[in-house]
Design a binder for this molecule. Structure first.
Ligand code: 5GP
Length: 202
């Protein structure tokens, strides 16, 4: 049985990474795809854990050899999803989660039309701005640029199947767990998982 493919997108500042981490802790059946990126690691990030950090020449070489299921330039850096890893996991029937942007989501949907898209929203623009400003000593210009990027991402929200508003973290986590649980209860998933039962009902 093929696994489910979840795509989670959100503008930065919505708590997406925290939510995804909690989802994975609470639902061990889902595996996170570790993307490749050319951006520099942030404090506390480890190669192979948050991302595979590579240089631009390596990234371009991987595009050339067809290693990516999708790739995109986001905020001036390259990001890409490893094709071989996803294909192996999905073929083994495991559920995989991609934390990617709208451009990547569009490419993945073409290859896996059954992918389940989840978009995470902040409770308001004012709260998003507060969260984006609260990160440190960034200039008003930097924050304005992040807000514009957030709006660009949110323009693509309707391309996703589910929308989760991250006002209260526990509530949003419950919503995310519900989406994962519901997807496993679809007719298609259940009829494959319980093939013997389904075969002898009538
Ligand atoms: P960050 O640098 O803050 O970790 O991520 C910046 C943006 O890049 C986020 O919107 C994130 O979802 C997106 N991103 C991360 N990995 C990938 C990937 O493999 N492909 C695409 N298309 N976007 C990605």
């Amino acid at each position: 049985m093929a696994g489910h493919l979840y795509i989670v997108a959100a503008p930065s500042g919505t708590g997406k990474t925290t939510l995804v981490r909690l989802l994975l802790e609470n639902d061990p059946g889902i595996r996170l795809s570790i993307s490749y990126t050319t951006r520099a690691p942030r404090a506390g990030e480890e190669d192979g854990r948050e991302y595979h950090f590579v240089g631009v020449p390596d990234f371009l070489a991987k595009i050339g050899t067809g290693d990516f299921l999708e790739w995109a330039e986001v905020h001036g850096n390259y990001y890409g999803t490893s094709k071989t890893w996803i294909e192996a996991e999905m073929a083994a029937g495991r559920d995989v989660l991609l934390e990617i942007d709208w451009q990547g989501a569009q490419q993945v949907r073409k290859i896996f039309p059954a992918a389940i898209g989840i978009f995470i929203l902040p409770p308001s623009l004012a709260e998003l701005e507060r969260r984006l400003s609260g990160r440190g000593t960034d200039s008003a210009e930097t924050i304005a640029r992040r807000m514009a990027a957030a709006r660009d991402e949110m323009r693509h929200m309707a391309e996703f199947d589910y929308v989760i508003i991250n006002d209260d973290l526990q509530q949003a986590l419950g919503d995310l767990l519900s989406v994962a649980r519901a997807s496993r209860l679809s007719f298609k998933a259940q009829s494959q998982r319980h093939a013997a039962l389904f075969a002898n009902l009538f």
